[in-house]
Design a protein around this ligand. Sequence first.
Ligand SMILES: Cc1ncc(COP(=O)(O)O)c(C=O)c1O
Length: 279
Amino acid sequence: MKVEIIDLKKRFKIEKVQILKHIKKVLNKGNLILTSEVSDFENSICKYTGSKYCLGLNSGTDALMMSLWSLGIKKGDEVITSPVSFIASVSSIIHIGAKPVFVDIGYDLNMNADLIEKAITKKTKAIMPVHWTGRICDMDKICKIAKKYNLKIIEDSAQGMGSYFKKKHAGTFSDIAAFSAHPLKNLNGLGDGGFVLTNKKFLYDKIKLFRNHGLKGRDNVETIGVNSRLDSLNAEVLSFRLKKLKSVINQRQKNINLYRKLIKKLKLLMKLIIKKMQM
Ligand SMILES: Cc1ncc(COP(=O)(O)O)c(C=O)c1O
């Protein structure tokens, strides 16, 4: 039997009526770019995570690149990150011209904070911890080191929606954090999507302009930007799914416990088989 990691077809069957209702609502308005659906979603995320600002973007990868760019990371700079991640953590650093420097992981599969200081050079400008599978890195230690060496922190929270460390949500420990709303994530949209969280108004202002061609108003270009807006249809569905996030996480945890139980049984069975073979 093939078990899908995330069964999107099954989920659509369950949510079909509501999802189509939401899509219809947006399509009936006849406006699909940077509408109230996007700002409503951003406000809901702020409320959920406790962050001051949120900006919807078109992917977690763009969220990482814009985070680095908005902090002024550039060619020749070094950014410390984890070797265990999706390619986008490293490629976002390379795309803006900086050099990724790896710090090995610990038993939790996250960057080992005790090894960070050894990796710092004169060129180091930032640390990018990755909250792998939603398990939050040792942010107490990482924040202390960043303060000591005057480094920026960009949290790769692509997998961190709904995760907490000492009652603080992922992405709220640092200067800025990037999240993904890719279909396989806890909070998933209709396709690609992402967002940044920050408490710093100047970073929010910079990315808000940059994600929309640098446009202030309809016709004034203030800076050269890109098109990385979260789609209104996606924002509407993400707002709907944010309300269900807790149950999605609970279900995933139930699945983990089932796997653990079955693997334990399997291990026991394997041990018995090996023992029998040795007799
Ligand atoms: C740890 C990590 N960083 C970055 C990304 C990139 O996110 P996206 O696929 O939305 O561009 C992902 C998602 O796959 C991820 O898992």
